[in-house]
Design a protein around this ligand. Structure first.
Ligand code: AHM
Ligand code: MG
Length: 292
């Protein structure tokens, strides 16, 4: 099983430069919506197609699912590994040329699966540098995917480790919260008022960019439950679980408001979940604020 996981991560590494190179010229919206009712860009569809093809071709992968398609795609042969992707997280940032990422969740149970069935989770961040952060076996590693190779997709691209033990700094610095402020429930808004006194606002509109800041500087990110959407916006299989797994593996905590994201029961493939991640004490305070 470990070889299969490595092979999936290798495919993601090899595909990332191609996804990045394909962003130019794919900034227009498609006629269709994704299963969550959101507009898709040509770039979302392109990234999804590349990942589906490459990941399903790995021996031992039984299925592939993504935010951009209704149904789970089964592999031709059975396999014990099931992969869920957000092919282009934060793709609304493409029009304004801000960061986006690819999120990958590697489960050893058929989807929808609980976070406790994750065997690895990773993301690629298309920032000034293309990097890849992988959580596996309780360790988080940051890699750089070298820029020179991005001009020659598919030519033996490798990920180069730059930090073999990514951990949240103990002294947090940044916060970022999604959703419109008037749409925040009162208990969450009151938590935010406290956090604002202590930390510095950094919010970029792509979860993966905001999570990367929390990993680097320490702090808290949330896309909370809203008055108009009690499960928030982000999706458990493709976003909540893998990010919860990465942050917890890096010594932080994740929560849906009352429990670890990894303990949320999966009910359907595209279910949404309130997401809060960050330094353990900040997430404990959040849970206390929401339970009062
Ligand atoms: P996406 O995966 O379709 O891009 O949606 C998820 C993104 C997150 O990256 C981000 O935290 C959130 O949507 C921002 O939403 P909004 O633009 O509604 O504030
Ligand atoms: Mg997303």
């Amino acid at each position: 099983m470990s070889d299969v996981i490595t092979a999936v991560l290798d495919e993601v590494t090899e595909t990332a430069p191609e996804i990045r190179a394909g962003l130019t010229g794919r900034r227009e919206y498609q006629a269709d919506e994704n299963p969550s009712g959101e507009q898709m860009l040509a770039a979302d569809v392109h990234a999804d197609q590349l990942l589906e093809e490459r990941i399903l071709a790995v021996d031992g992968v039984g299925s592939y699912a993504s935010e951009e398609r209704d149904e789970i795609q089964e592999a031709e042969e059975d396999g014990d590994i099931h992969v869920a992707c957000d092919p282009l997280d934060g793709s609304s940032n493409l029009k304004s040329n801000n960061v986006m990422g690819t999120i990958v969740a590697v489960y050893d149970e058929p989807l929808p699966a609980p976070g406790r069935a994750l065997r690895a989770a990773a993301y690629v961040l298309y920032g000034p540098i293309t990097n890849m952060v992988v959580a596996r076996d309780d360790t988080v590693t940051e890699y750089v995917i070298d820029c020179e190779t991005q001009n020659a997709p598919g030519t033996g691209i490798e990920r180069r480790p730059v930090d073999g033990d990514v951990t949240l700094p103990s002294d947090p610095v940044v916060y970022g919260f999604g959703g419109r402020v008037p749409d925040w429930p009162d208990d969450f808004a009151s938590y935010v008022r406290d956090i604002e006194q202590e930390l510095k606002l950094r919010y970029g509109g792509a979860m993966i960019g905001d999570v990367s800041q929390v990993l680097e500087y320490g702090g808290v990110f949330a896309y909370p439950a809203l008055e108009s959407a009690t499960n928030g916006k982000l999706r458990l299989q493709f976003e909540g679980n893998p990010i919860g797994y990465i942050i917890e593996s890096a010594g932080g905590r994740s929560s849906d408001g009352s429990q670890s994201l990894l303990d949320v029961e999966p009910t359907e493939l595209h279910q949404r979940v309130p997401v809060h991640i960050g330094n353990a004490d900040l997430i404990e305070r959040l849970e206390t604020a929401l339970s009062d």
